[in-house]
Write a protein that binds this ligand. Structure first.
Ligand SMILES: Cc1ncc(COP(=O)(O)O)c(C=O)c1O
Length: 453
């Protein structure tokens, strides 16, 4: 197939987004280096997961929006802002296969989306639609801000909160499904209703792809009122098709895995009568016009990170296969690098490859003596400061009863690194990490040493 036909073919297969003519030559390594030349030289950035990354061509497009505002703010406010945001919402609707653009709001980040949904739950308790003792279920590995929001909006209003304890390392979706069912049983055991389930699509730490469709189906069978999927890491790293997923609410960040500048996220709210109960926590004169319009004006600020969203298509379509191609190559590469590291250190991955996205958990050598979350954080800092490797470390508590399980070695591992792969990463980045850990092991390093240094 010649390159032009190949381009058209890839355009057709490229997700649900509108098509543009594709370049006849895919982006080269040196062009990728140029796009990310603002990254600190010499640092192995294998942590795209935390804050994402943004290429310079999208930063330039963002600056055009900023200048458009500064050039004539009144004209921008009256004639361009809402039109631009509607264009971004339409792009998102197509990207995630939503039914209607009215289901899409753009907010700053996943943390804000959580606040929107949970505020509505809090009001339902306070206004007597939910009774004290009604339950909310979330994963034990829910993100810290999500857990705090549940505390702020649900526990405080009298809700009963249950955590589904997920096994880690995890070997199959079934292990997750079993634990989730147990949590729902517990939620119903005090006689109340389960009003909300918050389910991660990809947990943050440890990072695992959760079988959301199965869990949501179980929620429906068990009569859970509302299901909210926290997909902070999902868009750009795994497929997001909200119609197939079937949640009431779904959020994902654009700044993590879809190359947008910080920060922008969408909140999808399936059409229903709950939609009118949702409000942005920052109230402007748009209050009462629906969440999408409320979110599109929360006072004077820089909206450029929301307006630039459709421009990511120009960037991703420079790569063979567009978004899907990038996703697949990132997944394959991160699994390959994870397996290379695990083999070098005599450890294992935290989950099978099909439960990984563009992030993989890799067991660290036991001799490093990681025995608390503080140790994990100190080791991360040490890797940054001494070796210029940026990678988050997860502390995995080993409970007495677990030692002697099926895989003795994985039961003893108390530290896992969460490695990411994004288009700018090279094999050297992972080799640098491998060598740093090997050096520490050779030196007889343990995390205790960081206490005295
Ligand atoms: C699972 C999960 N939820 C929510 C968030 C919050 O994202 P943000 O800081 O962009 O609001 C994160 C951030 O890493 C996350 O991993």
């Amino acid at each position: 197939m010649d390159s032009h036909n190949q381009d058209l073919k890839n355009g057709h297969e490229n997700n649900h987004v509108s098509k543009k003519l594709k370049p006849s030559i895919w982006i080269s390594d040196s062009e990728i280096n140029d796009e990310f030349s603002h990254h600190e030289p010499g640092t192995a950035r294998i942590n795209n997961g935390s804050f994402g990354s943004c290429p310079s061509s999208i930063l330039a497009a963002q600056q055009q929006w900023q200048l458009k505002f500064l050039c004539q703010p009144d004209d921008f406010y009256f004639n361009h802002l809402q039109k631009g945001i509607l264009e971004s919402r339409t792009f998102i609707k197509n990207l995630i296969n939503a039914d209607d653009v009215e289901e899409i709001s753009i907010v700053d980040n996943a943390t804000t989306a959580v606040a929107v949904v949970l505020q509505q739950i809090g009001w339902a308790f306070n206004e007597g639609r939910f009774q004290k003792g009604d339950a909310a279920v979330m994963l034990h590995y829910a993100y810290g801000a999500v857990k705090k929001s549940i505390q702020a909006y649900v526990s405080r209003a009298g809700g009963y909160v249950i955590e589904a304890h997920l096994p880690f390392p995890v070997r199959s979706n079934q292990e997750i499904i079993t634990e989730f069912r147990k949590a729902l049983e517990k939620g119903k055991s005090n006689g109340g209703k389960i009003r909300l389930a918050v389910i991660d699509h990809i947990t943050s730490m440890p990072s695992v792809v959760i079988p959301v469709r199965d869990l949501i189906q179980i929620c429906r069978e068990e009569g859970v009122d509302q299901v909210f999927v926290d997909g902070a890491h999902s868009i750009g790293s795994i497929e997001v098709n909200v119609k197939e997923i079937g949640a009431d609410f779904y959020t994902s960040n654009f700044h993590k895995w879809l190359f947008c500048p910080p920060s922008a996220a969408f909140l999808y709210c399936k059409k229903s009568n709950i939609q009118s109960e949702l409000h942005h926590p920052v109230v402007s004169d748009k209050y009462g016009n629906g969440l999408a319009l409320e979110s599109a004006w929360i006072g004077t600020r820089d909206y450029s990170s929301q307006l630039v969203i459709p421009s990511v298509l120009d960037f991703v379509n420079r790569f063979e296969g567009g978004i899907e191609g990038i996703r697949k190559r990132n997944h394959d590469a991160v699994v390959e690098m994870g397996e290379m590291l695990a083999e070098a250190w005599g450890t294992n991955l935290g989950s099978p490859p099909d439960m990984c996205s563009s992030m993989v958990m890799v067991g660290l050598p036991v001799s490093l003596g990681i025995s608390s979350e503080d140790d994990a954080l100190r080791l991360r800092t040490h890797l940054r400061e001494r070796f210029s490797v940026e990678v988050p470390i997860h502390y995995q508590e080993v409970k007495d009863g677990e030692i002697g399980g099926q895989n003795m070695n994985s039961c003893l591992i108390t530290g896992y690194a969460r490695i990411s792969h994004q288009v700018y990463n090279r094999v050297d980045d992972y080799e640098k990490f491998r060598d740093a850990i090997n050096q520490l092991v050779r030196d007889g390093f343990t995390c205790k040493m960081l206490l005295t240094s």
